[in-house]
Ligand binder design. Structure first.
Ligand code: PPE
Length: 310
């Protein structure tokens, strides 16, 4: 994932801009030992009308809700973090980038109870291209069902985008790559389809879109919510429900959604071709619409775009 790291530019760190190489932590910070941090992944797009951050408010809001699940009080307001994100992009002179805000329990003591540790915050921005590779994004991705089940809501607050939760994603991702697949699909502990290691999942059958409900073992993605809204506005039926492996394998089309992955068609799962050799028409239509929105070409959805340079 070193793509885009030039080691140059500035990182916002606890309210001040520091040189990229100086944005360091102590080896005894709480977040490093126990995964007690929360983060976001946000994208900024360069459009004909300027640079815009996609659904900035929703992402920042999710970061606060992620923190609440761990009784972490971020020592800034949501508005301050939103402005700090804009400012970080401006300071680095970028017009399109990936944005990574993170908040974590810092240096004070170790021991599981984090109360008393400061909450440190940082915001880094850098160019990050196609998450699953250009080819995969175009031709469709080859996936595999992971032997690792997605973390269960009875084990961890799965809606919290917490650092430690990603060990589950890392295991699924390592396993998929080792077995020659581009991406994993995790089932929940009951055996229903949950999501990818860093993406939500949709299936299309007879023109209807299906995706696991927001209340299941998934991170309810902001791209997922946007795709549901766009698809419904375009007249598609979207059903949020439990999805079996069989339903996914017998779908006409399937795709991933996520900030980093954007909309990425799934071509195969464990060597079963999804929808035969047909091209995913619904996926293409939705993807085109989504990119029109990201590129500030859809007046109706300009409310989702926050300008960087006013
Ligand atoms: N599920 C998981 C587990 C997840 O990490 C993401 C985002 C999503 C679903 C989609 O959510 P949203 O981005 O709000 O549509 N994953 C972020 C981190 C990826 C990474 O490898 O790092 C992202 O896409 O930025």
């Amino acid at each position: 994932m070193a793509e885009g790291f030039t080691d140059e530019g500035k990182i916002w760190y606890n309210g001040v801009f520091v040189d990229w190489k100086e944005a360091k932590v102590h080896v005894l910070v709480h977040g490093l030992h126990y995964g007690s941090g929360v983060f976001e992944g946000i994208r900024c797009y360069a459009t004909e009308k300027g640079s815009f951050i996609f659904r900035l408010k929703e992402h920042v809001d999710r970061m606060y809700r992620s923190a609440e699940a761990y009784e972490m009080e971020i020592p800034y307001t949501r508005g301050e973090i939103e402005e700090a994100i804009r400012e970080t992009i401006r300071v680095n002179g970028l017009d399109a980038c990936y944005i990574r805000p993170i908040a974590f329990f810092g240096y004070h003591h170790l021991g599981l109870n984090p109360i008393g540790c400061p909450v440190d915050c940082a915001i880094a921005v850098w160019p990050w291209g196609a998450y699953l590779g250009e080819e995969a994004a175009e031709g469709g991705i080859r996936c595999t069902f992971s032997p690792w089940r997605r973390i269960d809501p009875n084990t961890l607050p799965v809606k919290s985008k917490a650092v430690g939760h990603y060990l589950n994603s890392i295991l699924a991702s390592l396993d998929a790559k080792e077995r020659g697949f581009a991406e994993a699909i995790l089932l929940d502990t009951k055996g229903y389809v949950a999501e990818g290691p860093g993406e939500n999942i949709f299936a299309v059958k007879n023109g209807v879109l299906y995706t696991p409900e927001a209340d299941s073992s998934i991170l309810p993605g902001i791209t997922r919510a946007s795709v549901i809204e766009l698809a419904r506005d375009m007249g598609y039926e979207v059903v949020e429900k439990r999805m079996t492996k069989e339903e996914l394998l017998s779908a006409d089309e399937a795709f991933f959604t996520g900030t980093a992955a954007e909309i990425a068609p799934i071509r195969e799962i464990d060597n079963v071709t999804i929808g035969g050799s047909k091209k995913g028409e619904v996926t293409s239509v939705i993807k085109r619409k989504f990119f029109d929105v990201l590129n500030a070409r859809e007046e109706k959805y300009m409310k989702w775009l926050a300008p960087v340079y006013e």
